[in-house]
Structure formats: structure tokens, C-alpha cells
Design a protein around this ligand. Structure first.
Ligand SMILES: C[S@@+](CC[C@H](N)C(=O)[O-])C[C@H]1O[C@@H](n2cnc3c(N)ncnc32)[C@H](O)[C@@H]1O
Length: 306
């Protein structure tokens, strides 16, 4: 195929794929169409630079488009998802990392005082936060905790790729008895410099609308338990109160309406001298920032808001 014929074929493929995805209700049909075409063409280069298409391009694109029309998430079709500086492996049955979670690593670096060497990621899923910490902080070691065996296996792969030999995954239920043998390895990590967490936090009645989320993210990765969805997040906060060293910081994602409840849980857990809410890049309240009192053997809790 000549360069000119390739460009015509690509233009037609883009128009048709975008229309099909739009009709299927995909929120970003043109962006997704370009990604599927690039995948079928086996390239990461801009499509305008292509002079030729591989044999089987049309059949491959048809297969990928049909999957996306059925509202399978783009990341699962591609088998990868970008997260901060990394391209992470993703897999069916494991929560797909979201761009809004990326900010947690910046918040940790902004609010931490002292070294960031001994880190913990609670509810790690496929390991997005833990892997990014390993990637961006070369001196860090991370223990990542996850209840689901499929997620734990994927996290181990992503951690090993991001920071060979510096990450470990512990399969455990954070809402279980803190003194249980299952959680002994987590208890033994204290004193910890910082804890990252994007736990499940959706309340039972707030059912996600998008088919991609509802049918492909596992429910235990979405719904946090209890009437307010904060059962698992409260367990995360309680573990942070146990594990953090003085001056150590917990950064935990939550829904935009859960700021006061998350602060309340941290204040009740005790041991933090700063308990505040941080916004995401659009200004919505999305992260609990709780700092363990520095050098105070009987720290109190102070409530600060932005
Ligand atoms: C919202 S997903 C987030 C995954 C990852 N942190 C991310 O941002 O991509 C929450 C994860 O918490 C795990 N999880 C749910 N309940 C848990 C529990 N009681 N103990 C440990 N992990 C749990 C789920 O299996 C899921 O992988």
C-alpha cells in the first residue's frame, strides 16, 4: 500500500470506528478509536507518520472495536494503563487505576517530613501507587497490602517491574483482627514513613453508571462496606495510626462528599496532629491528609481544613 493509500485507509478507519464507538455510548469515541487503530497498526507513533499498515490490520481493528463497542474498558483491551511515569499491566478482574489517584504521590511528597524509605500501600489493587512510589523514590521499599489474589498477583508483577527487589505484596484483609497472623507482616513494618491508599469507598446505594465500571471493576474494589462506604477506609486510617512514625503521613483517597467523615475517622483514631482534606486538580475534596504527631508522645488531634 502506498503512503497516500495508507492515509486514506486510516482516515476511513478513524471515521468509522469513531462513529461505531459513539453509537455504543463510549464517552471519548475519537480518542479511543485512535488508540485502537494504533494498537491494530502495531505502532506507538502518531498515525499521520505511518506509510504502511500491517497485514491483518482490518481484521485486528474489527476485533478490538467490537470489544470496545461492548463497553469493555480501553485499558483492558490494550492490557495496559498509564499511571504517572509508568505503563502498568492491567488485567480483567482487577481495578483499573484512575488518573485522579495519581495526585496521592505528589501529596505524600509535599506533606512528608524526613526520609521516605519505608512505605506502605493499603488496598493496592494492581499496585499503581506502590509501583509509582518505587519508581519515583529510588531509596523506597514498599509493602503493598491487598485482599484479592488476582490483584495481589498483578501488583507483584507491577512492583517488580517498577523497583526490582524493593516491593512486597501481602495478601490480607485489612478489616480483620489486627493481631492475626495474616496481618503480622504489616504490623512488623512499623515505624512507617508514609502510607498511600486508594481503598474502596463507594456507599452501597451509589451504583456507578458506566458499564465499564459496573461490569469490569470488581465490586469489592468499589464498595467500601458499611452504610457510608467507609468501613475499609476506617480500617486503613486505624492501621495508619498504628504504623506511622512521628511526622509520618497518610494520604488516602475518598469520594468528594466524604471529607468530613474521613477527617472524623482520623480524629477518632487519634495520634495525628494534622488532619486535613486536600482537593484534586479540579478542586474537589478527594484526599485525607493525616500526619502523625511529631515528637509528641501523647499527640492530640487538630482539625484543619483547606
Ligand atoms: C479502589 S481499588 C484501588 C486499587 C489501587 N489502589 C488503585 O488505585 O489502582 C481498591 C482495592 O482494595 C482492595 N480491597 C478491598 N477490600 C479490602 C480489604 N478489606 N483489605 C485489603 N484490600 C481490600 C480491592 O480488592 C481493590 O483492589
Amino acid at each position: 500500500m502506498s503512503g497516500a493509500a495508507t492515509r486514506v485507509a486510516l482516515r476511513e478507519a478513524l471515521a468509522e470506528t469513531t462513529q461505531r464507538l459513539g453509537r455504543a455510548g463510549v464517552a471519548s469515541p475519537s480518542v479511543d478509536a485512535r488508540a485502537l487503530i494504533a494498537e491494530a497498526a502495531g505502532t506507538e507513533r502518531p498515525l499521520v507518520l505511518l506509510d504502511d499498515l500491517p497485514a491483518g490490520f482490518a481484521a485486528q481493528l474489527e476485533q478490538l472495536t467490537a470489544r470496545r463497542e461492548r463497553r469493555e474498558p480501553l485499558q483492558l483491551i490494550l492490557g495496559r494503563a498509564p499511571f504517572r511515569r509508568l505503563m502498568l499491566r492491567v488485567r480483567e478482574g482487577v481495578f483499573i487505576p484512575r488518573p485522579e489517584t495519581e495526585l496521592a504521590v505528589d501529596l505524600m511528597q509535599a506533606h512528608a517530613s524526613g526520609p521516605l524509605e519505608n512505605l506502605v500501600d493499603l488496598c493496592t489493587g494492581g499496585g499503581a501507587l506502590a509501583a509509582s512510589a518505587l519508581d519515583e523514590i529510588p531509596t523506597a521499599r514498599v509493602l503493598a497490602v491487598e485482599i484479592d489474589p488476582r490483584a495481589a498477583e498483578l501488583a507483584a508483577e507491577n512492583l517488580e517491574a517498577a523497583g526490582p527487589g524493593r516491593g512486597r505484596v501481602l495478601r490480607a484483609d485489612l478489616t480483620g483482627d489486627p493481631g492475626s497472623p495474616e496481618l503480622a507482616e504489616l504490623a512488623a513494618t512499623a515505624p512507617v514513613d508514609a502510607i498511600l491508599s486508594n481503598p474502596p469507598y463507594i456507599p452501597p446505594e451509589a451504583v456507578p453508571r458506566d458499564a465499564e465500571v459496573l461490569e469490569h471493576d470488581p465490586h469489592h474494589a468499589l464498595f467500601g462496606g458499611g452504610e457510608d462506604g467507609l468501613e475499609v477506609p476506617r480500617a486503613v486510617i486505624d492501621w495508619a495510626a498504628r504504623l506511622l512514625r512521628p511526622g509520618g503521613v497518610l494520604i488516602m483517597e475518598h469520594a468528594d462528599v466524604q471529607g468530613p467523615a474521613a477527617q472524623d475517622a482520623a480524629t477518632r483514631a487519634g495520634g495525628f496532629d494534622t488532619v486535613r482534606t486536600a482537593g484534586d486538580l479540579t478542586g474537589r475534596d478527594r484526599f485525607l491528609v493525616a500526619r502523625r504527631a511529631a515528637g509528641d508522645p501523647t499527640p492530640g488531634s487538630e482539625r484543619l481544613t483547606r
